[in-house]
Design a protein around this ligand. Structure first.
Ligand code: 5GP
Ligand code: ZN
Length: 116
């Protein structure tokens, strides 16, 4: 996809700190990390968000989710981590190429959504 920043990263058109790559997915560190470990797992096919996924994406979604703990452990998250997929306007999605955030720290992360 033209003008998709994550497509540009996966085609090496803009730099990123890649930490994993295979024929279907890449993982790279978030440019503005929310915690000591913060990386994104993206599919090599361009799909805008989880909302746009269908049956044909079942395999890649499963693969991305299963890679999360494997790469997280390699990155030092041996005692857990948080997995976030922001979807659409309400979800606060900023980059419209499907991605899973993996966020980890030595200490317990703050609550994701504060209840009033
Ligand atoms: P979203 O809100 O769409 O779920 O999150 C997009 C994430 O992508 C943000 O955490 C942001 O810091 C990250 N990001 C945006 N542009 C770039 C970039 O050019 N390189 C990298 N490595 N991360 C980016
Ligand atoms: Zn893309």
């Amino acid at each position: 996809m033209d003008n998709c920043i994550f497509c540009k990263i996966l085609h090496d058109e803009i730099p990123a700190q890649k930490i994993y790559e295979d024929s279907e997915v890449i993982a790279f560190n978030d440019i503005n990390p929310a915690a000591p470990v913060h990386f994104l797992i993206i599919p090599k096919i361009h799909v805008a968000s989880l909302m746009e996924c269908g049956k044909t994406h079942q395999q890649i979604l499963g693969k991305m989710l299963l890679l999360a703990p494997t790469i997280a452990k390699e990155q030092g998250c041996t005692d857990g981590f948080r997995t976030i997929i922001n979807t659409g306007r309400v979800g606060g999605q900023e980059v419209f190429h499907l991605h899973i955030h993996i966020i980890g720290s030595k200490n317990r992360l703050p609550a994701m959504i504060h209840k009033d």
